[in-house]
Design a protein around this ligand. Structure first.
Ligand code: 6R9
Length: 653
């Protein structure tokens, strides 16, 4: 994602001061899966630590070398053999856990289905047999363009079982986005559904697949799940899931795959360039997904009910709805739809209904819930929760406090987890039984992970200063490359700082050495020679009671180089605001962070442009702020939003 050069004047200014901190609840700390000594142990013998974690899995053949590191190319658990689907399903059944529920699925219209590990094993075996019948073999790429239904997970695991590489595309990406990914991966099979439920109605998926595969002969078949029952066009290469899969044998003998067998490709859109196919392999990825899911959420698989509200089309869904939870034999809730269908309390209703103990969601959702008001969650019993997590963007201190208080009952730790598609699994996060969490901070690199904050020259910055987050040592779930483009892998992640992995994010270390993530360096603003992070200014805006969400960008300015232009969504929902209110907000930022961070212009808008995983797309706002034509909007949740925002604008000064 780090396609552009970070700003060069100086390292990030450190503007935000936060003094609140919440120690772990005593009982959680006493019974925590991971205690404070884990950091020291892992630091003493990092590779030994990861070997210990790899033993969580069932290996058909042990590895002979933990790590083969030919920078920047890593191979973990060399010559070890395992099957990811066996690790996620079969072995739990063999261990007597067949009756445990793997997924409580909740369809948006209210239909439900609970699937035990024994049932999942049968479904995955049937799907593996079906894919074999369609000619899918080890190494083939399979595209999955699906709603949030159990078959999506079954399809992923069936691929993993065969050693085929799955490539999940957000159900909702455009025909072009799907087509581009099919071209790059050369997938021979597409698995899809007639449609899925979104916002109370059936939305079609198959027409997009029909259009995308029309001129792509590499796609031999399209396997279609019937979810909504809507009419679909039928082509020669189409096969119904229920015709092919349901009649298959529930026996399937899995093969043991090499630890470095490609498991999946996940495309990240980056800012401008062609999407990158991030490649993950089997042994190291599953090891870190399993360990982090167990450690960061303090998972007790016998008693916890875990829910990650991400989409499976996002890496968070891969690692924390599918692979991590299944490897740990967890019981997971899977929800198909949107948070406001049929009402704005749907998430809390789900938590109450399934007595969810661990919930994991994105700051964008949390800020939306803030806007809807605390009365909504107050109407539900959320007392089952014991750990709540956040992922995808920096969580503003205000959103953290709201989440902790209104969802966590002022009782549960909040784990703010920093990681990326590329890292495969969580890298920086509090440990709920160890860390005294600070609102807005991801805190510490997890045991076994060596992260740091460096300056322009790649030198470690002292506590209290900001710069660029880097990872100093390889980690098991790290990407193994960009599909078909090793040079781009080197250029993007390993060329900025000699010998260090550069994720493209700004960060600071506070006085205690704790880490605060400050957003993409591509978004950092350069105001009169000071690098100011978008995160800090946005957090200051969101800390004002009238503001629900905020996005700021640096727009070219003759005097200051760049000037801060802010876009705010007001809690009242009003788009017409008085100059007085806007002035109050600008002053509020000035008082919180200092005059340098005061936005030059502020606009109230009804919505912000976001990706499907909830990230604000600041480059589009920059286009608006600089009066340019708006760039590529193909990965937005709602592309019409840009017109709405543009209309809001009086022409720039
Ligand atoms: C998991 C995921 C990665 C980028 C990452 C960073 C941002 C994610 C964050 C966070 C601050 C957190 N990000 N989690 N920033 N605090 N807890 O989101 O993967 O979609 O690849 O995005 O998201 O900027 O570099 P991905």
């Amino acid at each position: 994602m780090a396609d552009s050069t970070p700003p060069s004047q100086e390292t990030l200014s450190n503007l935000l001061h936060e003094t609140r901190s919440f120690p772990p609840p005593a009982e959680l700390a006493a019974n925590a899966n991971v205690k404070a000594d884990a950091y020291g142990k892992a630091a003493e013998d990092r590779l030994g630590f990861w070997e210990e974690q790899a033993r969580r899995l069932q290996w058909d053949q042990p590895w002979d070398t933990v790590l083969d590191w030919q920078p920047p190319f890593a191979r973990w658990f060399v010559n070890g053999k395992l099957n990811a689907s066996v690790n996620c399903v079969d072995r739990h059944v063999a261990n007597g856990l067949g009756e445990r529920v793997a997924y409580h699925w909740e369809g948006e219209p209210g239909d439900t289905r609970s699937i035990t590990y024994a049932e999942l094993k049968d479904l995955v075996s049937q799907a593996a047999n079906a894919l074999t019948e369609l000619g899918v073999t080890k190494g083939d790429r399979v595209a999955i363009y699906m709603p949030m239904i159990p078959e999506t997970i079954v399809a992923m695991l069936a691929c993993a079982r065969l050693g085929a590489v799955h490539m999940v595309v957000f159900g909702g990406f455009s025909v072009d986005a799907l087509g581009q990914r099919l071209d790059d991966s050369q997938a021979k099979l597409v698995i899809t559904a007639d449609g899925g439920y979104r916002r109370g109605s059936a939305s079609a998926l198959k027409p997009a697949v029909d259009a995308a595969v029309a001129d792509r002969p590499a796609v031999e078949n399209v396997l279609v799940v019937r979810r909504t029952g809507q009419d679909v066009e039928w082509n020669d290469r189409d096969v119904w899931w229920h015709d092919l899969v349901d009649s298959q044998s529930t026996e399937h003998t899995p093969e043991a795959h090499d630890a470095e067998t490609p498991l999946y490709i996940m495309y990240t859109s980056g800012t401008t360039a062609k999407p990158k196919g991030i490649l993950h392999t089997t042994g190291g990825y599953l090891t870190q997904a399993a360990y982090t899911h167990w450690a960061v959420f303090d998972l007790k698989p016998e008693t916890d009910v875990y829910w990650c509200a991400a989409d499976i089309g996002w890496v968070t869904g891969h690692s924390y709805i599918v692979y991590g939870p299944l490897a740990n034999a967890a019981t997971t809730v899977l929800y198909e739809g949107t948070p406001d269908t049929p009402h704005r309390g749907r998430f809390w209703e789900i938590i109450e209904k399934y007595k969810v103990t661990i919930a994991y969601m994105a700051p964008t959702a949390i800020r939306t819930f803030m806007k809807w008001g605390e009365d909504i969650p107050a109407g539900f019993d959320l007392s089952s929760l014991r750990v709540i997590g956040s992922v995808g963007e920096p969580i503003n201190p205000e959103a953290y406090m709201w989440y902790r208080k209104n969802i966590g009952g002022d009782r549960t730790p909040v784990v703010d987890t920093w990681w990326q598609t590329e890292t495969g699994a969580i890298m920086v996060s509090p440990l709920p039984g160890v860390t005294s969490g600070k609102p807005g901070a991801a805190m510490r690199a997890l045991p076994g992970i060596v992260a740091d904050v460096v300056d322009e020259k790649g030198e470690s910055v002292p506590d209290g200063e900001g710069g660029f987050i880097v990872v100093r040592e390889p980690w098991p779930a790290m990407l193994r490359g960009i599909w078909g483009d090793p040079e781009r892998y080197k250029d993007t992640y390993w060329s900025r700082f000699e010998g260090l992995y550069f994720p493209g994010d700004g960060a600071k270390k506070d006085e205690d050495g704790d880490l605060w993530l400050l957003g993409r360096v591509d978004d950092v603003m350069l105001i009169s020679g000071h690098n100011i992070s978008t995160t800090e200014v946005e957090s200051a805006l969101v800390s004002h009671p009238t503001v629900a969400e905020a996005a700021v960008v640096g727009a070219a300015d003759k005097v200051t180089g760049q000037a801060i232009v802010g876009f705010v969504i007001l809690r009242s929902g009003a788009e017409e605001v008085s100059d007085e209110t806007l002035k109050t907000l600008r002053d509020h930022v000035g008082t919180s962070l200092g005059p340098i961070a005061k936005p030059a212009r502020l606009l109230a808008v009804p919505e912000l442009p976001k990706t499907r995983s909830g990230k604000i797309m600041r480059r589009l706002l920059r286009d608006i702020a600089e009066n340019r034509e708006v760039g590529d909007t193909s990965t937005l949740t709602d592309s019409s939003i840009m017109e709405v925002i543009a209309k809001q604008l009086p022409s720039a000064p």
